[in-house]
Design a binder for this molecule. Sequence first.
Ligand code: IMP
Length: 425
Amino acid sequence: MKQNISLLGLQWGDEGKGKVVDNLANDLDAAVRYQGGHNAGHTLIVNGKKIVFHLLPSAICHENIKCYVGRGVVVSLEALFSEIAEAKEVLGSIENRLVISPACSLIQPYHIQLDQLREQSNNLTKIGTTGRGIGTSYEDKVGRRSIRIADLYNEEKLRDKLEQSLEFYNSIFKYSFGAPEIDLNELYEINLEHAELLKPYVGNVIEEIRELQNNNKKILFEGAQGALLDVSLGTYPFVTSSNLIGGVSAGTGISPSDIDYTIGITKAYTTRVGEGPFPTELFDETGTYLAEKGGEVGATTGRPRRCGWLDGFLLSNMVKVSGVDGLCLTKIDVLDGLEKIKISTEYKSQHTSGSLIETMDLEEVEPVYIELDGWTDPTSGKTSFNELNENAKSFIEKIEEIAGVPVIMISTGPKREDTIIREKI
Ligand code: IMP
């Protein structure tokens, strides 16, 4: 098995990363999150109980895996503590298995308030964010005014930074939105309380990862969201605020050349939550069929996911820019019973401002489809490639041809064992 593995969704998130992590878990020693925050959502069944993790790496539910939250993650301590409490109920204490970098930027209540006020405003572009203060916290990071976890342990600095932040945010709340202001003393006290609770989890992520690497341990770098939501290479401005592609290095402190293998995950069709262009979106009964059969409801916000055909143009582009070595294809069983299955391979029209790969401006494009025969013999629950019907095999081979990389794992149902492993990495 390769040692440093990066795992990345290749669509607009919700590709089923939790299940892939679950399948890799037996071979792993550590898992690392490097971007995003509690906007992510991995639904997991642990000891028969359903839990949704947003901030913790989804590998936390495997007792043998040590988990890290790298500096690229924006951390809401309220969300973190509620997740730790939930995890404790089913997993016992995770104190000695969770390490959080003191260089992480914090999400403060004013980030959440501003994110939500902007989304509710009729005068501003609606991104359809999760309303959790992710983008607003990253704005402070790039603006070099974040309050980082390390600042919690210097009371004078913390108070000073909170005061500066509130001066800025409260004037926006008051004058731009007529919204309630946030009290400095209250916020300072909450931060101090959180600082004490957080202490056991703060540690040296870079050093610990280097040590794991020196001892030939296997480490998984878990990307949240999906490549099309990458702030730089995704469908801007309808993206999240972090770099998924190439983000491992900046978000953890390991070298870019350390990654031995990149796994890309794609559903057998496409979904999207939030606003923004979605060229292969279906508004007919097939879209409804995919949504219902696939249980396509957002794990973080409960919003229904928009559904459509697999977009081969975007897939092959995301495979290339992310350096994907092998693909995991999830939810193929959702296509069981469809008479015809479409995959878009290119677009008819292009903007004049630059190639689509350059701009990712998908507002006015029209997809060109290939149509494949569906299947009646279900793929659901199958565990070997040879057991699949010929049409399902052709569908998978077509995806390999379009993406230019092998499909190494296929998920054929929600259970852990509903999986075909074609190549163990
Ligand atoms: P934000 O990350 O909350 O700022 O939201 C920006 C965009 O990313 C919105 O379209 C969200 O719906 C989307 N998004 C954020 N996290 C996820 C996720 O984990 N899965 C799917 N979409 C997400």
